[in-house]
Design a protein around this ligand. Structure first.
Ligand code: ATP
Length: 534
């Protein structure tokens, strides 16, 4: 598979992605989308919005759906009342564990450090690594050799006592060789680290003015549930969708945009009757998986993984992740693109009654030492009124929660190809036409004989509707390669024959096939190729 470095280099060279604040040395965990990147990411978000929200036909049952349903959108503020995060559980529970190295001063996420137990010269140590798979095995071996002062040919003096396992399986760090350490025992015990970014609202700088940048867009939907019910004609089952920025102070941002500190989410909260929720959970899980396939991810690199019971949040009756085999991960490992969670009535009830916690198997308001709710809810009635059954109840929720940046990165990874054409290697981004930043390039074969005039006229006609580029610079072969590298699916060339019979050539980026088509029919042909299929 493609090496990640090549894609990262192409993204910079062609203006897909830049490091944030690069001229000042960058800022870890933050990224800027360049002129092509902004178009690609917008197309990902627009495809999602169109397929899940506006293009959704509420009058017809979608395949696999238990009944018809409605979808509406929202755009909430990033900073919300601090009580939102207390009732959602983020204030108390949204943390990772970190370990610090006293010598290298580096910080690691406890669950991301792995290693192997090894014995040599009468001593047993745990050699850590931040990678897995073959690479992790190689790294731990060379670090163990160095630690025990052995040469490569003495590798059989190392007696391995375990496979690569997580540092979370190690109780005592005395004999742990940290990922950047030369001696054992330099790692601190794991400590909790809340991932929410704190800020201060207005002139109040004390705790009174403290607020948080949202770590997910979902809570904005829950706290507006009543507003949406009261201001629209939605009836259960229905979904509310939102796309927007979220912020998490990740301990170790890495793998390009995969784990960033500022990123965008595309989330749906789907409200339904409790009795119908298992069917809707299945529906969304399958529908969201199909969406990624429809936009070009290959089924061999995409998997739908159901969480084991011990991985589920305390309120969840089922969660599945859609995962992609990113090229920066060891073979056989997958990274999360989207989680689909059955959240029961946890969120609406928490915002109504106060933060809930599971006690003796049941969800109940969590009480503090004084016997009062640990975090007070809004006290507002967030139940839904079913006017046919004449009853009020708290709906159940299915939450498909996707990352726009992770999706965009997966589409880029899948698209990158190096083909050999007529003895030359061509780099091509085989992006789905709906996602490609430029849909077609209009190219006059030469800059004379009336060709530029015809090409410019066609360009003017197409650009009102589609993102097209006009390019008359350089040999035609070079212009094709340039468009291949940025992922333009079609090139339309005006040549000598155009004047005679009003036809142009339409070149397909992937098959390299060139067909003659009528000039007047170009727009319709492109429209057909850009139609959604999901
Ligand atoms: P992870 O386990 O990888 O940290 P998560 O399970 O915490 O992810 P969720 O809280 O379910 O993630 O968020 C929903 C989606 O938001 C994820 O599937 C992912 O696509 C995206 N996302 C979450 N954290 C990040 C991040 N730090 N950078 C980029 N995208 C993110």
């Amino acid at each position: 598979m493609m090496e990640m470095d090549k894609l990262v280099a192409l993204c910079k060279r062609r203006g897909y992605l830049f490091q944030s604040s690069e001229i000042y040395g960058g800022l870890n965990g933050f990224w800027d989308y360049g002129p092509l990147g902004v178009e690609l990411k917008r197309n990902v978000k627009e495809a999602w919005w169109r397929d899940m929200v506006t293009g959704h036909n509420e009058l017809i049952t979608s395949p696999g759906a238990p009944t018809t349903h409605q979808m509406v959108g929202l755009d909430c503020s990033i900073i919300m009342h601090p009580q939102v995060w207390k009732c959602s559980g983020h204030y108390d529970l949204f943390h990772d564990f970190m370990v610090d190295c006293r010598v290298s001063k580096k910080r690691y996420r406890h669950d991301q450090v792995r290693g192997r137990w090894v014995e040599a010269k009468g001593r047993k140590i745990f050699v850590s690594s931040q990678t897995g798979g073959e690479e992790g095995l190689k790294e731990t071996e060379s670090r163990a050799l160095k630690f025990f002062n052995l040469r490569a040919k003495q590798a059989d003096e190392l007696s391995w006592c375990s496979d690569l396992v997580s540092l979370t399986t190690v109780a005592d760090f005395t004999e742990v060789l940290g990922p950047d350490a030369n001696e054992t025992g330099t790692l601190t015990a794991p400590r909790e680290f809340n991932l929410m970014f704190k800020t201060f609202v207005g002139a109040l700088s004390g705790e009174e003015g403290a607020a948080f940048l949202r770590p997910e867009t979902a809570q904005g939907i829950f706290v507006n549930f009543k507003n949406v019910c009261d201001s629209t004609r939605v009836k259960l089952p229905f979904g509310i969708a939102q796309v927007g920025k979220s912020f998490r102070n990740e301990i170790t941002p890495r793998n390009f945009t995969f784990r960033s500190r500022e990123f965008e989410q595309m989330e749906i909260e789907f409200f339904c009757k409790p009795s119908e929720s298992p069917d809707w959970y299945k529906y969304w899980r399958d529908r969201r998986y199909a969406w990624y396939l429809s936009l070009g991810l290959s089924s061999s690199r995409l998997q739908l993984r159901d969480h084991h019971a011990d991985e589920l949040s305390h309120y969840s009756c089922g969660t599945a992740d859609i995962e992609y085999a990113f090229p920066f991960l060891p073979p056989g490992e997958f990274g999360e693109l989207e989680g689909i969670a059955h959240r029961g009535d946890f969120d609406l009830r928490s915002h109504m009654e106060g933060k809930l916690a599971r006690k003796d198997g049941e969800l109940a308001v969590e009480l503090g030492e004084d016997g009062k709710p640990r975090h007070k809810g809004s006290g507002k009635d967030l139940r839904y009124f079913d006017d046919q059954a004449r009853e009020r109840f708290v709906p159940h929720v299915i939450e498909p929660s996707a990352g726009a940046d992770r999706g965009t990165l997966a589409f880029l990874c899948e698209a990158y190809h190096e083909d050999v054409v007529e003895g030359d290697t061509r780099v091509v981004l085989k992006l789905h036409p709906r996602l490609a930043p430029v849909k077609a390039a209009i190219l006059p074969l030469v800059n004379k004989d009336g060709m530029p005039e015809v090409a410019q006229k066609l360009y003017a006609e197409l650009k009102g509707e589609l993102a097209v580029q006009y390019d008359d610079g350089g040999a035609i072969g070079r212009r094709y390669r340039r468009q291949d590298e940025i992922g333009t699916p079609f090139c339309i060339t005006v040549d000598g024959q155009t004047k005679e019979d009003s036809t142009v050539t339409l070149r397909d980026r992937d098959s390299l096939e060139q067909v003659r088509v009528p000039l007047a029919g170009v727009l319709d042909i492109l429209r057909g190729k850009l139609k959604p299929s999901c």
